[in-house]
Design a protein around this ligand. Structure first.
Ligand code: GLN
Length: 447
């Protein structure tokens, strides 16, 4: 803990943490130490973990990097965080992110962007940007983020760390601030596949506080990391045709495919005809869900209330106008529009139908192949400010990650090298729902 606290102090400029639980983490470390001496320590004893500012931790500030939650303190602890604590993990702080996890660069945080440690003029990715940098720069051993459309995997790729999003419903969402509930999953960022497997194993599983969580037993992922058979791998070839794909990213991913072939795996190009529909479908459905989920921040129940209001209606309006940032407001408006009576069928209903097609096609491919491979992102980490003027360009960065969320399947981003400028590149591996065990084992072999 002391070493990480020193690293955090030395790298304040990265803006990775919104709050460091300095004394508390040191106290936890003493307690864990005593348990280790006594032989009663849990599975995660000594693991120093940071949590994205969307996870509730009792008695601690929780803000989703937004001003609308200014001053809000959690009344309870998220199930996932509780399980980490039960196994004697040490929580070192609360990490910067895009406001309400909406974004892909951490530039939508009301606390300013986090910076990529490889090049401080570049973004760490997002929305779990602070969480990714914290692992990249060795400010903690692992981070817990959330992934609605790539928010764990994309920043992991930009920062050169492992980022894993499990099957939808694998981890309880109790205590996770909702963005788009039918997409949101908690995920992990680590240096190694082993750590990711261990953390998922601890956090996953049935929870009486989340009616949508899967009741399936949780395999001991970290104990089953050997993969010694030839795999059938589908490489989504359309992904190489997208105009935004950077040549160095393409070469690196091609290198992985060649390596897998040389190792005796079957690697075949597969077509996924819905690639162009993925991003629009995702943004119609997630903005719709967000507009509903964020209705609760009205100045009455949580955090911030505008002081400029004169009556109830103006209190709602002013609180929301002053408390939410631009991107969050844009999404609430888009979502309200697509759910409005005149447009509901044209957008929301249609997008639900397309989501079903995407899911069915993905499931069909995964009945033929053990794994699907695509780049994690079309580019390496871009410059701060480069995409802020053009939200569509920013949204298109999500082209390879949102498929897993639309289909509800697990996906992992693994670091596979750097471009000429030293910026990390990631490859993404997807597998069928609840196939985490084979996904971890295969990933370990790949790294
Ligand atoms: N970049 C995507 C978005 O802005 C993903 C965000 C996420 O996964 N939370 O919605």
């Amino acid at each position: 803990v002391e070493r990480y606290l020193q690293n955090i102090a030395a790298k304040r400029h990265l803006n990775a943490f919104l709050e460091v639980f300095e004394e508390e983490a040191l106290r936890q470390a003493e307690e864990v130490d005593a348990k280790i001496q006594a032989g009663t320590a849990g599975k995660l004893a000594g693991m120093v973990i940071g949590i994205k500012d969307v996870l509730a931790y009792e008695g601690h500030t929780l803000q989703a990097a937004s001003q609308i939650l200014n001053g809000f303190q959690s009344l309870y602890t998220a199930t996932a965080v509780q399980r980490l604590l039960q196994e004697d993990a040490i929580i070192i702080g609360r990490q910067n992110c895009d406001e309400f996890a909406m974004g892909g660069s951490n530039e939508n945080s009301s606390f300013g962007p986090a910076l990529n440690d490889v090049d401080n003029t570049r973004v760490p990715g997002g929305s779990s940007g602070g969480s990714a940098v914290a692992v990249q720069a060795d400010l903690c051993l692992a981070s817990i983020g959330s992934d609605t459309g790539g928010s764990v995997r994309q920043p992991a790729a930009y920062c050169g760390v492992v980022g894993m999003k499990p099957t939808y419903s694998r981890i309880s969402r109790y205590g996770l601030i909702a963005y788009a509930s039918s997409f949101d999953q908690i995920g992990v960022m680590t240096h190694s596949v082993e750590d990711a497997a261990l953390l998922l194993e601890v956090m996953a599983g049935a929870d009486e506080f989340d009616a949508t969580v899967s009741q399936r037993p949780v395999p001991a992922y970290s104990q089953n990391l050997s993969f010694d058979r030839p795999a059938r791998i589908g490489f989504i070839s359309d992904s190489f045709d997208s105009p935004g794909l950077n040549a160095e990213v393409k070469t690196a991913v091609q290198g992985v495919l060649d390596q897998l072939k040389a190792e005796g795996h079957t690697v075949e190009p597969v077509e996924f005809p819905f690639l162009d529909y993925i991003v629009p479908t995702y943004y119609i459905l997630t903005t719709a869900e967000a507009s509903s989920n964020l209705g609760r921040y009205d100045g009455v129940k949580y955090g911030f209330r505008s002081e400029n209001s004169t009556d109830l209606a103006s209190m709602y309006k002013k609180t929301r106008s002053e408390g939410f940032g631009k991107e969050v407001q844009r999404r609430i408006m888009l979502g309200t529009f697509v759910l409005s009576a005149d447009y509901y069928d044209a957008y929301y209903t249609k997008a639900q139908q397309v989501r079903r097609l995407i899911k069915e096609k993905t499931d069909e491919l995964l009945s033929q192949y053990d794994f699907l491979i695509v780049p994690t992102t079309p580019t390496t980490a871009f410059k701060i400010g480069e995409n802020t003027k053009d939200p569509l360009a920013m949204y298109l960065e999500d082209i390879y990650t949102v498929q897993a969320n639309l289909a509800g399947i697990p996906a992992i981003s693994l670091p596979i090298g750097h471009d000429a400028a030293g910026l990390p590149i990631g490859v993404q591996v997807m597998t069928k729902a609840f196939g985490e065990e084979q996904l971890f084992a295969f990933s370990k072999q790949l790294m």
